[in-house]
Design a protein. Structure first.
Length: 385
């Protein structure tokens, strides 16, 4: 496989700048905040890599397991199923044991962890070993009678030799940039397709391993699988084109590096919200809130800059806080008077937003934001929707 270094170079530079921004912003967060962000990113990425394969796993159970592993957040939730714990095990191994060489045994252990019962759904499969069946290994989509073969992998007889060549390359020091190596490693592994099942998930953990070798545990914050899930159709199409074309994989590498860059930019946005949250609590540390008020404020903070659609109103506060309409109205006004919430609209259209710059619509009014001056008698007033 080869690629055009000049074409890829510009996108690599952008991706590495985005990585640097993530590292810089991370330095401004406290240890607990870093762990909380890493835990959420890891949880979301685990759910995403399973979802790419059409498997739905419970995010709440994943969060509890990740919290116990990192020693942060709510660690008292339900245990995840064994196969989900296995997925978290191999994702953790890729980060914590990033310096260890990749081997046949390690890869086979990863795949076995995904199928602790020896079954994929209702089908018994070979686990902890490369495929051995005589039939061609095909990547297929579509229902029965409408199947489409996207790719046919090398025969099982050739897999051990192909994998040895892959491992020799992966463990050797190469001239490739780390992001390029991640792109090539994922493509090469998926092309060999060495296991009866689990190749996609194991192949994406290889991406985690390469990024962890470059960035350490910071790599947990970069949700590459989430991005690949968001671009799932493009992801499959790009892989298919690279597998069916000649040995020039420039288009695949360019596309992959772009996805990592976007993942870094999204992680940067998450950290912006975390920094804003930390500054918000620091600015309001002297305020005395009721349990309900603190719950509502935390809900708004957790939703992020654009996450709580329509803002907070009396009806929503009443539902979230489990209180009366009168109490909800009074406590919202108290939060406004404290400068914690800003108000938009009036009457039944009144909505409240956190007084964090950029987190509410234009025109938010609060005790920290004075209302606009009254227009002069001859002036035509302007209105905002």
């Amino acid at each position: 496989m080869h690629y055009d270094v000049i074409q890829v170079g510009a996108e690599l530079a952008r991706a590495h700048r985005a990585q640097g921004v993530v590292e810089g912003k991370l330095a401004g967060l406290g240890f607990e905040q870093r762990l909380e962000l890493a835990a959420e990113a890891w949880s979301q990425d685990a759910v995403a890599t399973a979802a790419i394969e059409g498997e739905r796993i419970n995010l709440t159970a994943v969060r509890s397991s990740v919290a116990r592993r990192l020693g942060v957040g709510n660690q008292d939730g339900a245990n995840a199923p064994r196969n989900v714990e296995g997925l978290l095990d191999i994702m953790d191994d890729a980060v914590l044991q990033r310096a260890a060489p990749l081997s046949h045994e390690r890869l086979c252990a990863w795949q076995a962890a995904l199928f602790p019962t020896g079954y994929s759904g209702m089908t018994k499969i070979l686990v902890g070993a490369y495929r051995e069946h005589a039939e061609p290994m095909q990547v297929v989509s579509g229902g029965f009678g409408r199947e489409r073969v996207h790719y046919e992998a090398p025969s099982s007889a050739h897999v051990p030799a192909e994998m040895q060549q892959f491992l020799d390359w992966f463990n050797a020091t190469t001239e490739h940039d780390s992001l390029v190596k991640a792109a090539l490693a994922h493509l090469w592994f998926e092309t060999i397709h060495p296991f009866e099942d689990g190749n996609g998930r194991v192949g994406r953990v290889l991406i985690d391993l390469v990024l962890a070798r470059e960035n350490g545990e910071i790599s947990r914050l970069i949700r590459t699988s989430q991005r690949l899930l968001d671009k799932r159709r493009d992801y499959y199409e790009q892989l298919e084109r690279a597998q069916h074309g000649d040995l020039d994989v420039t288009a695949w590498v360019l596309w992959f590096v772009e996805q990592v860059r976007v993942s870094c930019e999204e992680a940067s946005g998450v950290m912006d919200a975390a920094l804003a949250t930390a500054l918000f609590w620091m600015n309001h540390q002297d305020k005395v809130l009721t349990t309900r008020q603190r719950k509502v404020v935390k809900l708004l903070l957790d939703a992020g800059p654009h996450g709580f659609e329509g803002g907070m109103n009396t009806r929503k506060y009443e539902s979230v806080g489990g209180t009366s309409r009168a109490t909800a109205s009074r406590e919202l006004i108290e939060l406004e008077d404290m400068g914690i919430l800003g108000r938009v609209g009036a009457g039944r259209s009144t909505r409240y937003y956190l007084t964090i710059p950029g987190w509410g619509p234009a025109g938010t009014v609060s005790s920290t934001t004075p209302p606009p001056p009254e227009p002069a008698p001859d002036a035509r007033p302007s209105y905002r929707r």
